[in-house]
Write a protein that binds this ligand. Structure first.
Ligand code: ADP
Length: 361
């Protein structure tokens, strides 16, 4: 069902995205695939649908769980890995005989426990054994790190050397890394930083954009048709909510669930989006000790697109004093880096229409 609000895990429920599906299918034996897209554009849905369709074996590490944490430590990451590996060992008991050799791994019944203390498990050892197991089976094991920018907050441990080691040596492992922000490429993987373990590694990149107006309208019409409903206002809904598949899906779901009340469904969708976006925005300001009022002012100013000068003027009006150019540029760059803004033709725009809704947080 197109309007199912959970991530899709079946290609038949995934609307459009033909070129992204085919690129991902054709790249599955690449050592590193990066999927970049704003929140709720369908990254998880794309990956799960394609990996299930190709009957691939994969470990799905959902880093969203760390969204509200100020920082994370090795134990947080290794426990996520442990949990997901135990999902696989349940169906593939022979994997246990590979994992039991690793220092810091305890096998108990049909599950493993990873130590994070003195004798902590080395992640590259885990990757090695997963690779050997996959190689023995003649398949590729995919390690998905979803919303990987959260790992920038990992303290006291660097996971990149283990990924670089796997990239170079473990031919039966493939990494699929997703992120809502440009930060995932530049600040987490650091592919263009010559001091980074992953510097210069070739990779496949897939960009998931929000739906265009035409695709959004088709999506809504198709979703309602599935439910035997003729819905005349799809264009209007796009004009209000924008083309983020997550918001459109939620709108369709609520509209059907709550008595086909369009106004109520719009309101509920805005409330839902506002909650998610506000949480991200608050984490963003809290994380960097950033002045929320200033950042909200810039979001407000950029609702319909504006120039650098407009932003500077609006900040000066807010504070009733001059603000130096460096500060203005820093604020704009931070918002660009976290994908709250985009720059097009020298104009700055909010990336998601509903970001305008967070102004009153
Ligand atoms: P992300 O991982 O980018 O945050 P999700 O895959 O969780 O996005 O998708 C967000 C919501 O939008 C989910 O409800 C999902 O079902 C829906 N969705 C996203 N893309 C599509 C699509 N192409 N077809 C159908 N539903 C989609």
């Amino acid at each position: 069902m197109l309007f199912d609000p959970r991530p899709k895990d079946n290609l038949k429920d995934l609307f459009d995205r033909e070129s992204e599906i085919s690129l991902l299918k054709n790249s599955l034996d690449s050592p590193l695939i990066i999927i970049i897209g704003l929140r709720r554009t369908g990254k998880t849905s794309l990956i799960k649908s394609v990996l299930n369709y190709t009957k691939s074996t994969y470990i799905f590490l959902d880093m969203r769980r760390f969204e509200n944490k100020e920082y994370i430590v090795y134990k947080d990451f290794i426990k996520s890995l442990e949990r997901e590996i135990n999902e696989i060992t349940r169906k593939n008991k022979d994997l246990l005989s590979y994992l039991r050799h690793i220092q810091g791994v305890q096998v108990m019944g049909f599950s493993v426990s990873f130590s994070w203390g003195e004798e902590k498990v080395e992640i590259s050892d885990v990757f090695s054994e997963l690779n050997d197991w996959a190689s023995e089976k003649g398949k590729t094991m995919h390690i998905v790190i979803d919303e990987a920018q959260e790992l920038i907050k990992l303290r006291g441990y660097n996971i990149l050397p283990s990924i670089a080691y796997a990239y170079d040596n473990l031919k039966n492992l493939s990494f699929i890394v997703t992120g809502s922000e440009v930060r995932v490429r530049d600040k987490f993987l650091k592919l263009e930083d010559e001091n980074s373990p992953l510097f210069g590694r070739a990779h496949v990149e897939i960009n998931l954009l929000p739906f265009s107006k035409e695709t959004s309208v088709r999506f809504l019409e198709e979703g309602f048709k599935e439910q035997g409903i003729s819905f005349p206002d799809s264009e209007k809904i796009f004009d209000i909510l924008g083309g983020n598949p997550g918001w459109l899906t939620y709108f369709g779901y609520i509209y059907i669930k709550h008595g086909r009340d369009e106004e109520k469904a719009i309101l509920e969708t805005k409330r839902y989006a506002k909650r998610l976006l506000s949480r991200e925005f608050c984490n963003f300001t809290k994380e960097g000790g950033r002045d929320k009022r200033r950042y909200l002012k810039v979001i407000e100013t950029c609702r319909k697109g504006c120039s650098w000068k407009d932003i500077k003027n609006s900040l000066e009006a807010l504070e009733g004093r001059e603000i130096n150019d460096g500060t203005v540029s820093d604020i704009i760059n931070n918002l660009l880096e976290y994908s709250f803004l985009v720059k097009e033709d020298r104009k700055y725009m909010i990336t998601d229409k509903l970001l305008g809704e967070i102004i009153n947080v």
